[in-house]
Design a binder for this molecule. Sequence first.
Ligand SMILES: [Zn+2]
Length: 409
Amino acid sequence: MNNSIEKLEDIRTLMALFESPGSLDGGGVTRLAYSPEEDEMHDIFRDWGERQGFIAYTDAVGNSFLENDAATAAAEEGEPCILIGSHLDSVIRGGRYDGVAGVVSGMACLKWLKDSGRDIPLRVAAFRCEESAGFGRSTLGSGLITGVIDGDDIADFRNPDGRTLAGIFEERGLDLHPQKIDGVSAYFELHIEQGKVLETVGKEVGIVEAIAGPRRFRIVIDGQADHSGATPMEMRSDALCAAAEMILAVEKIGQAESRFRSVATVGIVKCGPNVMNVIPGWVELGVDTRGINTISIDRMEQRIRISAENIAQERGVEITMARQYEDPPCEMSPHLMDELEQAARAVGATSQRMVSGAGHDALSFAEIVPTAMLFIPCRAGISHNIAEYTTDEAICTGASVLLNTISHH
Ligand SMILES: [Zn+2]
């Protein structure tokens, strides 16, 4: 689609506002949760809102909000409003679009509604600590206010400086047990895709059908660490060779389930003793499986377990597998997906339905209100990396789809 010059200029101006906090040589940013850099991002967000005449406030966990007069009036009547949100923190050496593009799209919608004199109640949120890089757990800001995360469970989590979340909350006068957010009729989030699908198929926006749920395992392989020169080939139990078979088995299992849009990855390999002249006696693998179909995810787990038993037997090693972490897949609201699709058509943006392989703040909101996500392409699918890039045009197109959606909601 062709964006208007005025709207593009708005996106450019908004993105530029957020440029400096945590900027690194080479183009990326580091804005960890509850750090001065993240604080600065939130200050910029609220300051812009106040200058534009919107109401700006912070909630009990430090999330920032802007709302227009129509939203304030609606709240006084006990009527809900639409919420557009995303986050302003980043991973270490991350990009400047992950999260920010979504917050900027919401700010643009606020401005464009005001410019055109339309009284549509809209709130825009900038959430804290979406990235697990801060405290080892993702979507804290949105999770706490939706009741998806219990503050007691994360109080002792520490940031890279070793400080606990409870300590930081106390110092800042925040509350690990906030009131649940209310007055929201629907939640929308625009986000860069963080994958290559849209770029590959040449579509301008992606309408997320479901957010994949990760299920992660730790696999430990115990063999025998022997002298690599003195131990004949037939007398070995090489844990790393067993691990190699295990890794390929996981790949094959993921491939077989890809028609259900599941994926399986071995992302961690630790080898002991990791010495040139010793047969590896011990290996740990970290396995990440994800999908939107629970039956497929269950089947992957079962097949990985069977593979582990078979490889253990054939190779004379011991293999133990433990589930480390699990989040169920999360479906987006079919009704809101239709609305996004119609809006994309109305503004002339090409669209495609797709799966989100990564988690987002939308996961928290899907638990309490109808929720939808809109993806925009990012260059080569690169994200969580200083090379992350998307165009102002792409953000503007996505924001225009959101504007059209909320205008007809
Ligand atoms: Zn993000």
